[in-house]
Design a protein around this ligand. Structure first.
Ligand SMILES: [Zn+2]
Length: 443
């Protein structure tokens, strides 16, 4: 990997202008800096990898920048070249202290930090304390912090960061100016990646970036490290196929192929495609996740045509699936895909888990396909025309879908509860037939 790793670090933002996707936070902070209306404690919330530490470092530079000519003052545009800016970028500025509350959560750690806070900064204008994962602090540590938060020395700024603001005491929250950092949208990640690749003069397929952005799940940091991996894996041209291969992802053709075969009731074809995935060493967990993703977008399109943009590489397949399945079916298959993924670790092996999920979809495919949607949900649930035959032993009943296959008669109408769209009602009265995924045999 070596030199490829550089990319993520190289493109880490060093000033407010290059921060992507957090405009609301950046605007508020730069305005406060420009107008010198500085609060003494800030709280950054947001999931991992959205830029809490990055913004905190830039903020520390903004407070301490001396300007290229040494005559600078607090600024929204840290120069990046003065000794303070460089020292903060390189992680060696004595007045910028990052502390991870997850590993320093005791009251002693906090008191030691607060005692040091009483001394004036040695090099900078401000002493800036960045306490990450602040919700991990013990109650006594929080209490120790409170008094200083109430009346900190004027040269001290606190930046608290957390992925879980619910766990931060209200007394602390109320003393902080709070900023909620947003998850990056896939489109935002794609456009930032394409900017970087253009600058780096690397070729890429747009589809490759979409796949990487989906894998980043809202975190630019994760996105950039995936991008680094992809460059190492693909060389100087990122193709969608290679990126999917790197991530162990099936092409969406395979997954839409499986769903098409499901629509046609063609179990043989479904298993053939699963076998292909097996041969290619693709991840079945990822396959079920992506299948759930496809079904989710299918459900959206059924409800709101146009909900999936034309940019979505799968939008044609999704439109087709939306027309061949009823909304109830889509809900059901979505549930089966999610539960199948959850149960993969319990399955004899991933192939078995994956194919059982497919067979389950097939088994619960309503026989009267079109008619199914016209049957009112509750009646369909209450008067099942045909329940699957009871297996010989009650102990295996909850895996009935598997034991009864393939000659099991297809239930007519939707299984109980499915049409509600709210998932499988766990508390539903134990109708003789619990959906097979409703409980594990152990419980
Ligand atoms: Zn500077």
């Amino acid at each position: 990997m070596g030199s490829y790793q550089v990319l993520a670090r190289k493109w880490r933002p060093h000033d407010f202008e290059t921060i992507v996707g957090q405009d609301h936070v950046v605007t508020a902070i730069t305005r406060a800096l420009t107008e010198k209306r500085l609060h003494h404690a800030y709280l950054f919330t947001g999931t991992r990898g959205v830029g809490k530490t990055t913004i905190s470092r830039i903020f520390a530079k903004a407070l301490n920048c001396q300007g290229a000519d040494g005559k600078g003052d607090v600024t929204a545009h840290p120069c990046g070249v003065c000794s303070a800016c460089r020292a903060i970028d390189e992680g060696r500025f004595p007045d910028y202290i990052e502390m991870d509350a997850a590993s320093n959560r005791s009251v002693e750690d906090m008191t030691a930090l607060l005692e040091r806070a009483m001394y004036a900064p040695t090099q900078g204008r401000f002493k800036v304390y960045m306490i990450d994962e602040v919700h991990m602090l013990s109650t006594t540590a929080f209490n120790a912090m409170l008094k200083t938060l109430e009346e900190p020395p004027e040269y001290v700024k606190f930046i608290l960061a957390t992925t879980d603001p619910q766990k931060v005491p209200v007394t602390v929250l109320s003393r902080c100016l709070q900023f909620n950092l947003r998850n990056m949208t896939p489109q935002g990640i794609v456009s930032h990646m394409s900017h970087i690749l253009d600058e780096e003069k690397l070729a890429y397929e747009a589809g490759a970036l979409r796949v990487l952005a989906a894998g980043a799940r809202g975190s630019m940091r994760d996105g950039l490290s995936l991008l680094d991996q992809a460059i190492a894996y693909c060389g100087d041209r990122l193709t969608e196929d290679a990126v999917r291969q790197m991530l162990g992802m099936s092409g969406s053709d395979t997954l839409t192929g499986i769903l098409d075969a499901l629509a046609a009731g063609d179990g043989k074809r479904m298993l053939e495609l699963a076998d292909e995935m097996q041969t290619q060493g693709l991840s079945f967990a990822q396959g079920l996740r992506d299948m759930a993703g496809l079904l989710h977008r299918t459900a959206l399109v059924q409800r709101v045509p146009g909900a999936v943009s034309q940019d979505d590489p799968d939008h044609e397949s999704i439109a087709r699936l939306a027309s061949v399945f009823t909304p109830e079916e889509v809900q059901l298959y979505y549930q089966i895909a999610l539960h199948g993924r959850n149960d993969l670790s319990l399955a004899p092996d991933e192939y078995a888990g994956f194919t059982m999920a497919l067979l389950r979809m097939l088994a619960f495919k309503p026989a009267g396909l079109r008619a199914a949607s016209s049957v009112p949900a509750r009646d369909a649930g209450r008067t099942p025309v045909q329940a699957p035959p009871a297996p010989a032993s009650g102990a295996v009943r909850s895996v009935g879908a598997g034991s009864g296959l393939p000659p099991m008669p297809k239930p007519v109408g939707s299984p109980p509860g499915i049409t509600s769209g709210a998932g499988i009602p766990k508390s539903a009265p134990p109708d003789d037939e619990m959906p097979p995924w409703g409980e594990s045999p152990a419980s």
